[in-house]
Design a protein around this ligand. Structure first.
Ligand SMILES: *Cc1c(COP(=O)(O)O)cnc(C)c1O
Length: 423
């Protein structure tokens, strides 16, 4: 499409957008009486209006049924998450039995590593991308140390080539080849949080699996953002959070994927808890742990009902919008943001705002990461905030902006560009 940098062009795209009405399903903060330009769904998604309804409904059930809410027909908190398994499975390309919402992301990363990081004397290394999200670095370091290895030796962090800021797939595959005899696990972000680069999970997984290396992905920035086919790709496990692109409340519930190929592997350890016990017999309260088959067998603690209520509100919107429709709009919306930034640079006659994220739409989701070539880059960001733009800032000089197809508009992107010209 040939984009134009005009308000009328942006408004026309909004009129043509069949998902436009979904914006009305969200609560949008105000700045000087007008809707804020919210480009921060990569950090915290906006609140759906239906979240309050879902949470109120849960509170009413608690009020009226108290403990019987777990079992009473029509309430049945015990089964509340099962509908969400269906929705999550569609979003990540899994069978419903392979996914479940539970806990928080870093906690799930630890639980998954208990099962899927099984180092031996020969094969004990983990391959990950350099500059992964800090929580993942800390978690993975500590897991490696827990098994008696030294992170400096046991963790291979892939860096981009000198002078480049993105990883090349061919280099990732070559690194796997080079270390195939000593790798226990490939564990990467699906999308790197800082650069916005979407890795080719299918190719990476298939390449590693031919050497019987276990493969997992942290999908914090990918889930609800880009198309995923975890089952078909043969990914062993994955986990995500729901408060970024999945709008399910600050610190909202996380989720896991475990490939069905792993369900009957008796060698996998897990840290067990009663909520992972076989559902039909859990309340017999017997002595020996018997896991529910499927991802639910990895649950540990009682379902967090308030967080699940918030999750349900948001997942219902994904079901209604359809993920393919969301992705189609997202590609266009982010391409428009890219065009607008290029225009700002063209007007300045130099690269004021350098886009770090890949220009190929197959290698990115909503987010564009931008380096401001400004004497005091943080000033640019602060000026945007003063003018009603919410993005986010990562030291020393990266700004991240993510137009989200469920609630952002082409007009948001146009107005963002207008402001960028003035700062
Ligand atoms: C956001 C994010 C986290 C946050 O983890 P929590 O346990 O939810 O605080 C972890 N890893 C990645 C890659 C993230 O993007």
């Amino acid at each position: 499409m040939n984009f134009e940098n005009t308000l009328s062009f942006a408004q026309n795209l909004d009129q043509l957008d069949t998902l436009h009405s979904f914006r009305n399903e969200f609560l949008i903060p105000k700045h000087n009486g007008k809707d804020i330009i919210y480009l921060c769904g990569n950090s915290l998604g906006l609140q759906p209006k239906s979240t309050k309804t879902q949470i109120e409904s849960l509170l009413n059930q608690w009020e009226n049924f108290a403990v019987e809410g777990w079992f009473t027909k029509g309430v049945e908190w015990l089964h509340f998450h099962e509908e969400m398994q269906q929705s999550l499975a569609k979003i990540c390309g899994a069978k419903p039995v392979e996914v479940t919402p539970m806990n928080n992301l870093t906690v799930n990363l630890h639980l998954m590593m208990v099962s899927f990081y099984r180092p031996t004397k020969q094969r004990y290394k983990i391959l990950m991308e350099a500059r992964a999200f800090p929580s993942d670095q800390y978690a993975i370091d500590s897991q490696v140390q827990f098994h008696g290895f030294n992170p400096e030796d046991a963790i291979i962090e892939m860096e981009p080539r000198a002078g480049e800021s993105l990883l090349r797939t061919e280099d990732i595959l070559a690194t796997i080849d080079q270390h195939k005899g000593e790798l226990a696990l490939v564990l990467m972000g699906g999308i790197n949080y800082l650069t916005g680069q979407l890795f080719d999970m299918e190719v990476i997984t298939k390449h590693a699996k031919q050497y019987s290396i276990t493969v997992g992905f942290d999908l914090a920035h990918a889930m609800g953002n880009v198309p995923l086919k975890l089952h078909d790709w043969g990914v062993d496990f994955a986990m995500w959070c729901s408060y970024k692109y999945m709008n399910s409340s600050p610190g909202g519930i996380s989720g896991i994927f475990v490939h069905e190929n792993n369900f009957n592997n008796k060698e996998l350890h897990r840290f067990a808890g009663w909520w992972g016990y076989e559902k039909d017999t859990r309340f017999l309260m017997t002595r020996k742990f018997k896991p529910e088959s499927g991802a639910e067998g990895w649950q540990v603690s009682t379902s967090q009902m308030l967080l699940l209520a918030a999750h349900k509100a948001s997942l219902a919107l994904f079901d209604r919008a359809g993920f393919d429709n969301l992705r189609a709009k997202s590609e266009l919306l982010t391409a428009y943001l890219e065009f607008i930034i290029d225009q700002v640079n063209a007007k300045a006659g130099k690269i004021l705002y350098e886009i770090v994220t890949p220009r190929d739409k197959k290698q990115r989701g909503c987010q564009l990461s931008i380096i401001a070539h400004h004497p005091v880059p943080k000033k640019v960001f602060e000026k945007l905030v003063e003018n009603g733009v919410i993005g986010d800032w990562r030291e020393p000089n990266v700004m991240r902006f993510a137009p989200v197809p469920l609630y952002n508009t082409f007009e948001d992107v146009y107005r963002f560009g207008e402001l960028l010209l003035t700062v």
